[in-house]
Design a protein around this ligand. Sequence first.
Ligand code: GLN
Length: 177
Amino acid sequence: MQGNFREHAAMLRGLGAEVVEVRLPAQLAGLDGLVIPGGESTAIMRLIRLYGLEEAIRAFEAPVFGTCAGMILLDREHLGLLDVDVERNGYGRQLASFEADLDLADGEEPLRGVFIRAPRVTETGPGVEVLATHEGVPVLLREGRFLVASFHPELTADTRVHERFLELIREESGVRA
Ligand code: GLN
């Protein structure tokens, strides 16, 4: 609809995935996963309602990866698919955009995070797994088939988060089959 979809598509293609752009509900049928990109959450929310995608996304059963504005859309206050509260533009005016090395929960090499007027996670439900933090605040989270990042993994050369999403798709397609 809006935002960084091209960068996500390029990265996923580079990892061997077949990518289609979704603008209409029918285009969701048969997909193994959905990425909701960063951009402007109010604009994306308005457009998905206009095109009837809101219900289609609620009915979609495969893994969903939301980055930045995409994470906002999935939260308790919007689509309500993720048990997380976020504060839009929650890193304040001066720190509106920044880069930082993120600590990964599994002790892997840090991940470079690009934050652009990013949402800040303020509360997570018990089923939410924190995969990376920045100064103690969760920035990469997983809840079941949902993976969300408050930063932009599609804007660096590090493909680990997208690889994790493709892995989630492989795991979940086994479960649903
Ligand atoms: N600030 C944007 C919003 O509130 C999100 C920014 C982004 O996706 N890079 O929707």
